[in-house]
Structures are given as structure tokens and as C-alpha cells.
Design a protein. Sequence first.
Length: 211
Amino acid sequence: MSTSEHVGLWDLLDQRARLRSIWQASGGEHDRRVMDAAWSIATTHPGGLSDDPAQGSAPGHGRLCEPTILICHWLPADGEDYWSMKDHLGYRGACLGCGWVGDQPRRGRGAENLAVEDAHDHTHPGWREIPVVGAPPSLESPASYKRLVARWYQRWGHLLPEGWLDRGGPVRTARSPMAGRHVPGRAPGGGYDLAADQGVRELEGGQLCLL
């Protein structure tokens, strides 16, 4: 990990950009590893494919809180081989709206999901209490997406807090153990589809049942 000091998102991204410039100038393997050990937004999460994830916004400028995930490659300890490291990826919850970054880096099994949950504790407190709902429509069918979303809203929307999805709130859906990743952008409104705990499933009408 690049640093144990708690700083904001914009400072961490600036640090990564500076290290990237150093690596691009040198082309050295050491500089590349140092750059990879700095926190950056994970590619598949909000802001991860943008050169300017804040889109010109800065903390306190009225932008809604939006969860995302930071990632880094841990540097090996003394005597540890870089290429044989286990659990070499670190994850950390962050917010694109206000620049908040989670204090606790996550590493090991389930680390990405835990970081996503940390981010939602900040951006959408109360998410753990929302009911498990049916899976939202897939964007893989753009021609029928609006119609399917409208049908999904009619069945499930009333179970969520008012304005929840308009604020980028997540949904919780029942998953098999092999499909338990929290997926960004899958919820209507652009929020995350959070996998429910194992043993929880939704029934007709949105009621919950413990298996």
C-alpha cells in the first residue's frame, strides 16, 4: 500500500498521477511497481475509466455522494517475491461526490465486496435494511430496457425509500454463492446491485425468507 495516512480522494488520485508521470519518464520496473502501489479508482467502478473522475467537482460543491472503489497492488515485504504474492490487491471504499475515503483498506477474500459496503455506509446509510428485490433488467437488451425497467419499478419500486434510486441508491438481490460480487451500475438509476447474504431470498411481492 502506498500510504497509511488518511487523505482525501483527490489527493490520492493526484499522487497516483505524479507516480505515473515518473514511471512514463523512466520506463523502469521499480517505478511501475511504486505507481501500482498507489491508490487509483478500480477500472470497473464509477470513475474508473475517466481521466477526470470528479468531472471538475470538488468537495463541498453540492455534488451528491457517489460510491466507488479504490485499488492498489501491495508492495512485497522484505524477502517476499513480487510475483508470488498472495492477496496482492487492496481495496478501499471512496466517494466521488465529497472525496471521502475509507480508513480501513481491505485485503484478501471478499475484499472488494467489503470495500463496496464501506462506501455505501458513507453514501447511502440504511442500505443494509432495504429489502431484497428481484434482479433488475439487463442493459444487454437496450431496445426493451425502458419497458422492462418500468415493469420492474411497478413491482419493486414501492419497497424502497422514496427517491432512493434517483439518488443512485443500490438494490439488494438474491444471488448464488458463485455470483456474489457487488456489481456497479446494474441498479435502475445507476447504483450498485448488492448481493444479499447467503440464505436470504426474495419471494413474490418482495417478502423475505430465510432458507
